[in-house]
Design a protein around this ligand. Sequence first.
Ligand code: SAH
Ligand code: SF4
Length: 362
Amino acid sequence: MVGMSTFLRYGVGYRVVLDIFTLTFHELSEQLGSVYGKGPFHAKVLMREILKSGNVNWHNAPEFRQSQKLTRQLTMDLEIPIPEVSRCVSENSTIKFLCRFKDSLESESVIIPMQRHNTLCISSQIGCKMGCRFCETGNMGFKRHLSASEIVGQVFAARFILKKEIRNLVFMGMGEPFDNFEQVRQAIEVLSDQRGFDFAHRRITVSTAGLIEGITRLGKLNWPRINLALSLNAPNDEIRSYLMPVNKRYPMAELKKALISYPLRKKGLFLIEYVLINGLNDSETHARELAEFLAPLPVRLNLIPLNKTHGFPHDHTHDKDVHRFAAFLEDKGIYVIKRWSKGSSLSAGCGQLGSGASLNLP
Ligand code: SAH
Ligand code: SF4
C-alpha cells in the first residue's frame, strides 16, 4: 500500500525502510512512533531538512545531535531515493531533464520559465497507454507507472540537483495521471505539505486526457484549490476519437457531464487544452462546435499549436489562423490563452516527451 513503510526481509530479520519521498507527515510520525518510540517532532525535522532544504546530511541538525540512538537507527532505515539526473539540456532557459530510476528506465521533466517564476512539468508514468496520435509519449507506448516516490524525486531533482526555484507544478509530462491515481494522489500529499516542499494546492495542476473516474475521484478528495486541466483537442467525437482513442470510452457528452458535476471552487476555472492542427480541428466550424461544447463550463482555454512528433503527418496551425480561431471564441465570451510552446527545439514541448534518446547532450 502506498504511504506505508516497507518491511524488507533480510535473512531471518526484517528491516524497516522509510522512504522520505513517499510518506506523508502523519505516516512518517506514525512510523517513527511505532518503530522507534519517537514522533511528530522528529518527522518535522526530517521534512524540514530533506524536503524543504535539500540537506541529505539531516543528522547534522541539532535536534538529531541530541538523539544519537535514533540517528544511528535512521541512518540505516531512512531512504532518500534521489534519482540520477541522467541527461539535461537547456535552451532559452527551458530545461529538460531525465531522471533514471533503479530499473534504468527514465522519466522526463521540464522546467519552464514563466514571467516571474518557474513551472515544473512532471511525469506520472513512463510512456502512456492512451495512444494519442499526435503525442510522442503516446507513440512510445506504456512502460510502467511511476511510484509516488519517483514523482516526488523529480521535484527534488529540479529543486536541489538543478537548483531551480519552482513555483508551480503541472502533471503534464509523460503519462496519464488518472491512470496512476493513487501514486499521484500520494505524491501530491507529500508535495503540498508545508513542513516539506510546501506546494499549495493552487500551485498544482493535474492534466487528464479525460478519464472520467479520475475526474470524479479527484472531486471526492475535497481538494477544492487543486487545478484540473482537460486535454480536449477536438470539437466533436469524430475528430476526438481519431486523435485520442480514449474518447471512445469516454465520449465528449459524458466528459461534459463529469465536469458539470465536478465540485469546482467558487470562481474556479477548468483549464482546457486544445492542440491546434492545421486543417484538422482549426476551422471556423470547429471553433463554433467548440464554443457550444464549452458554453456551460467555466473555462480558461489554452490554444497550443501542434509540436512536431514522429509519425504524425500534420502541421501546426499557422499564426494568423490561431488568432482567427482565438478571436472567434473570444467573441463568444470564452477566456482564451494562446500558448506558444516553449522548448520544442529540444523536444521538451507539450507532447514531445518520450524522445529523450534524441536529445543533443551539452
Ligand atoms: N496525459 C495527460 C497529461 C500529459 S499533458 C494529458 O494528456 O492531459 C500533455 C499535454 O500536451 C496534453 O495537453 C496534450 O494534449 C499536449 N500535447 C500532446 N502532444 C502534443 C503535441 N504534439 N503538440 C502540442 N501539444 C501536445
Ligand atoms: Fe498520454 Fe496525454 Fe500523450 Fe495522450 S496526450 S498519449 S494521454 S500523455
